[in-house]
Design a protein around this ligand. Structure first.
Ligand SMILES: [Zn+2]
Ligand SMILES: [Zn+2]
Length: 290
């Protein structure tokens, strides 16, 4: 089977490949979830490489439309072995010759992306999935903008749901990664206040008015021996993480209210569902009300 992809199709093909890897890498969020293996998270690398390649080829297409000679390193040479320009060079040609209005910030961002892609391909690889998701989103939305302006149509990829394209391109604008959680930017302050408030509720009170100390995130496994009917939940590696996987409490802090992972200090079961029927009690003896 012979396959022929022109630059436009080739760019979109890389982009589709990129998004497919993105969706695997992003499953369960940016941080490493116990259900998601590092081999899923490492797909960020391929997602990123393919996105940069897709960008590079789109730029070549735009430059070629101006003049095919412009995608050559040496525009005057008739030599058949005259190489085509790399991504860094194409950013400069786009700025100098095309109608695409790239800001200095954008071209520097693209230049760093090209550098990072080369690092991924040629050297050892080190990145955090939180950081790369943000970078990916910025780069993707820039691609989408330029694509839609230049080609005059919405970015559409066969086999990819349109809402996926919208979500990826708006992620960096709308969300911030705070304590391993993806939080809408406008909700960050309220979330911080909620964390602070939860730290004042150091105890729980049961239906017979017995009061117990809450178990802080990270110390669950120390308490399991004090608890009569220890539930398996406490014996989990989730409790050794830097931040609680459900509420984002830092190791050593109290969980936020109604966190799925807080255990009951009496029965060791999930606090929000156990039969002890606990309520949070503050240092000044107030019962927590939602
Ligand atoms: Zn929690
Ligand atoms: Zn209980």
């Amino acid at each position: 089977m012979r396959l022929l992809l022109d630059l436009h199709e080739n760019s979109l093909d890389f982009l589709r490949e990129s998004i497919e890897s993105y969706l695997i890498a992003d499953e369960y969020g940016t941080h490493l979830h116990y259900k998601s293996l590092p081999r899923n998270k490492v797909k960020w690398k391929i997602a990123y490489i393919c996105l940069v390649s897709s960008f590079e080829i789109m730029f070549k297409k735009i430059i070629q439309d101006i003049s095919p000679a412009l995608i050559k390193v040496d525009i005057d040479s008739q030599n058949k072995n005259n190489r085509t320009i790399d991504f860094q060079k194409s950013i400069i040609r786009i700025k100098n010759f095309s109608s695409i209005d790239l800001s200095n910030n954008e071209s520097e961002y693209l230049s760093r992306a090209a550098h990072r892609r080369n690092q991924f391909i040629h050297y050892t690889v080190e990145f955090s999935s939180e950081e790369i998701k943000n970078n990916y989103s910025v780069l993707f939305s820039l691609y989408k903008n330029i694509y839609e302006i230049y080609f005059g149509s919405d970015l559409y990829l066969e086999g990819i749901e349109p809402h996926v394209i919208t979500e990826i391109s708006s992620f960096a604008r709308e969300y911030e990664i705070f304590r391993g959680q993806e939080i809408r930017k406008e909700d960050i302050e309220a979330y911080k206040a909620e964390i602070e408030k939860a730290q004042n509720y150091t105890r729980v009170i049961d239906k017979d008015n017995q009061v117990y100390g809450r178990i802080k995130f990270g110390s669950e496994n120390d308490h399991v021996f004090d608890i009569d009917i220890a539930y398996d939940m406490s014996n989990s590696e989730l409790y050794s993480w830097e931040y609680c996987d459900d509420c984002g409490a830092k190791n050593g802090e109290y969980h936020l209210f109604d966190c799925d992972l807080e255990i009951c200090p009496v029965c060791g079961w999930q606090l929000i569902t156990c039969k002890c029927d606990m309520q949070y009690l503050s240092t000044d003896n107030k019962i927590y009300e939602e």
